[in-house]
Design a protein around this ligand. Sequence first.
Ligand code: HEM
Length: 500
Amino acid sequence: TMDIAKKPLWLAYPPGPPADPVIGHLRIMPSTDTAHHVFYDWSRRYGDVMYLEVPGKSILVLSSEKAASDLLDKRGALYSDRPRFAIAERLGWRRLLGFLPLGPEYRDARKALQQYFDKNNIANYRSIQEKASITLLHGLLRDPQDLDQMLHMYTSTILMDITYGHHMRSREDPIFKMLERLSPIFSACIRPSLLDISPLFEWLPSWFPGAWYQDFLKVATPVLRPIEEYPVSLVQKEIACGTARPSFVAEQLQAFSQQGELSSEDLHEVGGRAFAVTAAGTETTWHTITLFFACMVLHPAVQRRAQEEIVRVVGEERLPDFADRDALPYVECVLKEVMRWKPIGPLGVPHKLREDDTYRGMWIPKGTTVVASTTAMCLNDQKFHEPELFKPERFLPKPEGAGEVLPANVIFGWGRRICPGRYLADSAVWLAIARSLAAVTVTKAKDENGREIEPELKFAVGLTSRPLPFPCDIRPRSEKASALVKKAYDLMRVDDVTPA
Ligand code: HEM
């Protein structure tokens, strides 16, 4: 009501679907797993700046790059706050960078992460990624049916090493076991609940309709404590023994201890910053690579063309490396198209508006949740021809391709909140893609009668859209390729057991 009082009479709210009195769009508000599609459909009717209201919340949905950049980039000082994520808060995740409201705590944590994962620092993490990629390829050749878990292992290995200096050697690693239990928790974290409307609903019994979160919180909370605290405690011990490897946490602990004895508050802060990396980086990167494999199963001609490019440019005596990247334009197109075709962050992460604002003569009240729809931007037929189709050539320059462009913002977000892990994500995904193309060929699996199984791609959608495991057949691309992988793997194991 305060908002209405302040709104000048001559300004209207942005358009949106018809609303009911009092409850606004509550009856038609889509569930989390369909919201990206429904918002996209609505945007075709009501435009790229849409306004929705439910009790306790107003939502602005931006469906074009122009609107997202005008507001989230150019007016970043106004549009970079975060709405509250009630479930995440109850889990003790209030401090995670991605969920933190603006303020000194956010500013310091953002700065630390941004520096560590800065474009110029990413080169330092190449050998970590290369080793993880060898383990991945070796695994693909040995246990091809475990694709999904191996890809999770690949991104976890990289992030655990960079963040904690922790070497994950096997899937039995206690930290990997903890990470595996996190996935279902992440997806529940942003499910709308009565808690979004009022914290008073905290006292509802779990049998009450809509109070699903009570049972969930009971199960999830004990899973989370150790994953935030245990890896940091390992680094502390290693620092004490002088065996700590360089890592984000080691650096942070050192920085904090320069200001005096480490307090438990400091440890909590470092733990939170580190866990923010795990939480935001592991699954997103993993799901992107899973989606790549799905695309290759569905589009054998694309896979063949990318493999031919690699053989032509890199040869068969070695695996592709970061230095080859610029010489592999088609592989680059494949990576982009995987990110565009079914974006794994279908609605990005919502921002929040700090002050009343106006845009194109429309009124947007303070406190509005602002969603930049990645899905709508990726499906924009003004920018992408036949946007529903998986067509990497669209990104090749004309006349060979369509000369289309995928701005990094669309995938990695906007303004001050843009993903600080985007350079690492990009290089980890590229390496997995390029090396997998070099080492293996994926095809449709066959049933017992030898008939090909058409994989049906399904997604579990929360904050991210996770491609569910699908049947496929993974084989060495050639004898030579598999020998290369085996040799690299054996060399790495020798290095691993040889004292430095
Ligand atoms: C393909 C993989 C990835 C995708 C698609 C992705 C995408 C995103 C998006 C869309 C956002 C929200 C930006 C906004 O609010 O406008 C975000 C935030 C974030 N990402 Fe990523 N990300 C990926 C990988 C990573 C990695 C590897 C890391 C860690 C090194 C990371 C760390 C973060 C953090 C900490 C935030 C919160 C930033 C903030 O609120 O200030 N992400 N990411």
